[in-house]
Design a protein around this ligand. Sequence first.
Ligand code: GAL
Length: 490
Amino acid sequence: MGWNNWNTFACDVSEKLLLETSKLLGDYGLKDLGYQYVVLDDCWSVGRGDDGYLIPDTAKFPRGMGAVADELHKEGFLFGMYSSAGEMTCARYAGSLDYEVQDAESFASWGVDYLKYDNCYHMGRMGTPLISFNRYNEMAKALKKTGRAILYSLCSWGEDYVHTWGGSIANSWRVSGDIYDSFARPDDLCACNNAADPACVAPGTHCSVLAIINKVAPYIDRGLPGAWNDLDMLEVGLGGMTEEEYKAHFSMWAALKSPLLLGNDLRAMDATTLSIVNNPAIIALSQDPRGRAAMRIARNLTVPKDEHGVGEAQVWSGPLANGDQVVIFLNAADEDLDMSASLAELFVLQGPGGSAAEAKRDWAVRDLWGSISSSGSGGGGGGGGGARMGRADAQAVLDATSEAERGAVLRRANWYNATEKPYAEGLAEGDARLLGERVGTVKAGGRLEARVGRHAAKVFRLQSAAGGGGKADAGSTGGDDDGSIGKDEL
Ligand code: GAL
């Protein structure tokens, strides 16, 4: 989890931007929710010196890269940098191909903690999994040789079946061409939606949230602790999607265990954006100690389509560490839908045909985008739990003029702090702030049903009514009027 400058700033990078952003990550309570990596993308060097080592651009980074790392480390952040497994980076700065050892040495000497390693200008060294593997493995070996722990993030856009070999040498691998700020709009620049398609020659750019989800669905299970599918950086807050679309985007990235790298300008963040990316109940899906991505268990293409011919509905389901199950109803149709799934379907991975023991139990249903409320009236774990920060609190966090004032707002809202209580601990304790708002029950053999708005997602945590890991809030049948109640209870 962290922030990367590319989606908003592209090449407009500087020490000032990184340090101002990290300050705000701290102030707004985002670092304490887990956003710890500050990642500098392309365009930071002025080339390679005669000695073969990269030279940072001192107009952008007057004190050099080591000073940036030191400042970030002092504040408890981790520092990410970027290069490409090519003769040039994608923005045509010097790349690391055949200079892996020198560049890894530089990164390690500067105190870098994370390397994003791109795929442009590879000099034709791609086309089979082995050729790409060997090219990326050179940097893996060089990083290892430095002795410094550097998270290695491959950015080969899903090429050459990277999901089949990325985990052997790296911590994450991009699965698609570049994301853009659209929920579902198809674009010819992102033509490569199916890795098995022989016509898939250019992963490209302008990949919508839906295109990326559909591309990764068949191999989402390749992600494991320490080796993750990377669905690309977040677009939340950039302005091209609706609030519901951004909530769906963020929820899917969390439940699918993609890295969560914010891509917005924190200096111009609004309350809606903050109250999406600081939802601890959604982040707890991302940070779940079991580390398994949810998987798609149903896809319905026979729903109303938009002017581009796009329209579908999907159900995703996956086990969580404490015995709970996450369920997402994703509505990418062109109208609101009544969606439902039986427990037999939701637990198909644990046993097909309703054979799973889980399908024969009662489940409490909790909505992870539960009540939007202000301090003291729910959000922040009071009463039946909650999930999302109230708009007024989010605005107060952004408006506060001193650290003390901000701290007071976060404390009054009883906001989750993963520095004080790691997610694994909070989940084991059944901390209500991570569990969402109780909205109903699904009885053994029953169905989960919900009305889901157009281009929106409903995100539920099913909690074993028999106990499971998290504590159910006893006696509450909960419920609100949005229809998100297990049918058999009613
Ligand atoms: C692309 C990469 C983007 C960004 C950009 C920089 O290849 O996928 O995430 O890093 O290069 O030029």
